[in-house]
Design a protein around this ligand. Sequence first.
Ligand code: AKG
Length: 691
Amino acid sequence: MNNAQRCLSSFHLSKHLTGNQRLWNAREEGQREHLKRGDRIRRRVGKREMINEGESGAYRNGGVKEYVAANYVRVLAKLDVLDAKNEKETAEGDFEDENGSGSKMNIYGHVATIDLSDANNKSEFLDEKFIRCLHEPVLIQNAFEKSRQGSASSWTLRKLLEAHEEEEKRTGGLFQTTVRVRMEDGVSSGNNGRRNAKAFVYAEQSHEAIRNRKFQPPSLTQQMPFANGLSRVLEYSGDGAYIQSELPSNLKDEMEHDYSRVFTSFENSEEFVESQPLRLWLSKRGSVSPLHFDASISTLTQLKGEKTFLLFAPFSGLSQCYLYPDWHPLRRRSQLSIDDERIRNGLRAYEATLSEGDVLIFPPRWLHHVESSNKTNYSVSITRRYIYNASSGVNTDTSYALRFAKWAKTRDKGTKALSRLYSSGMVNPDFPSRFNLAVIDLDEDGKCPKLCETKTFERNVQEKWKVCVKALSDRIVARTKNISSICVRGSIARGAAVDFESDCDLIVVFENERPNEQELQDLRSELEDVRAQEFPFAKKVDVRFEKNRDELNAEQLFTLATSSLCVSGEDIPKSSSRMAPVRTSNLTLLEDVDSAIENGSEKAMSWACKRCLRAAFESQKRTRFTREISRCCEIVCEEDYPKKKYEVGDLETALVIAVKGPKMVFGDAYWLEMSTALLKRLSNCILSAKI
Ligand SMILES: O=C(O)CCC(=O)C(=O)O
């Protein structure tokens, strides 16, 4: 039983069923009555003649405007000032920042970012393939249609108020705004006993324990005219309010139109169905939605102000965030606040800060903590959510990207995840079946013992590959002088070559002088012709020409000694003395990763992933050494995952990219941005002192 399970099994709702009726005073009774009325009203949508029966006198006698008159004047007076301030001023705080912010968190990395205003970005829409393969959060910057200036991207509080009033009028008061109101004495988030004056915790209001008043929820929702909601959000500071409400239909149209580049693919796809109507989130600066997860694919569009998300991958998040049990009114929520040490020390967050015009898309079951920035007076966001439509039957595509997405959805950690990856066929384990040239057990001094003499070209290599390598080697000897040694390495040397997949990987070492570049180029072409005509089962010939036998450096000697077999000439590995493994310097890791990102080709991304996997392996003192990336990955998963060194899935993802390329993992649309984020996270994690 792990900590989280222990915590859940010992968690008794009764502890939290205060029985304290103090809070259910006349005011709350009034609210509950109001809620009940709200429910009734909703049920009666379309039956206008019945509304007035159960509605308050205010509606009967005058209508919306009179009902909110007192607030209305006050709110209106403030709106334009607030709108203007939000544009250009940093808000002055009337909360001190006792909640802490994301900066205290252990940040694992920023989420992948796609800037749609980037002139180089050729994608007009987020395509369906991308959405289907989405397995981590993505921030879409500048997502609105620039040509549509004057609509959703420039909504003001006044415009929101007018649009809501229009809808309220049109529906005769049926359309009401939902406002989450924090209860004054509510335990806001977590069991650390601290009240968080800025947090708005969702509670399942239909839960029996709340209906029976056995559990005092940290917040309740109330239906009210928008003007009232707005005045509560902007003016109250004690118990606080947060509008979390369905968007009126006229605003919906504008929003959908402005952000069509993000939503078109969702809308056109039979594979996704919308799981919740568009929802408006209007909060005062500093408001917090504490750690929780949702079951849908969520999108949050930031229209005004700035919001910061801290997100946690499902595997680590769900198991380590001390979630309330499923039967609890606060289910899907964490019992801990974000500044609890158990979270700060045990988990790493993916961070995303949204500015106006940005959209964050995140998959189901990613825990998130959300803070409206203190920089502006208020924040306005819209959420839109989707679920996979299981009955669509569309998902028949068996591409690697889809297979990978399926794997990623349920990915486990470490070696288990790796073996599932192998069994899915996305990458081959690449383990030597008969001879172990790939992993070397180091001796007590950390050096490689002399290689076992039983490993020879004649004994190790599969028959038909032997013929192929010999023929190529003979051609090299016939064409060039001064050869000291010809070796073969890779899967052929391990006796694990696979038809039409394995390259013929040769190393030629010269005695002293090497032929000039043109001669070597001609020789390469000739060898390629021989392969194509006589040995088509070999994928290609890859020849590395080393300069001078006596000038081989430690790394070259080590590579020869540990991963190659002599085909012809001097058996250099055999004559080499015991050597310590030559590790690749981690000093240049960030630089190497950055230059691969700058290069931006698929090949560069694969290379950088390989580089990271080797660096992850070599950054630790180990008793084994290997240059094989799948073995590097396996050993790191075996030894480092349990110490929480890497986020679940990143190493395995890097392995698939290294072998199959980034498109196989992320699809055709945004493989560059997604693999860039992965490489940044991984390289920082490898070098970070914390791991
Ligand atoms: O914006 C917020 O405060 C919370 C949004 C959220 O939690 C969500 O979209 O799931």
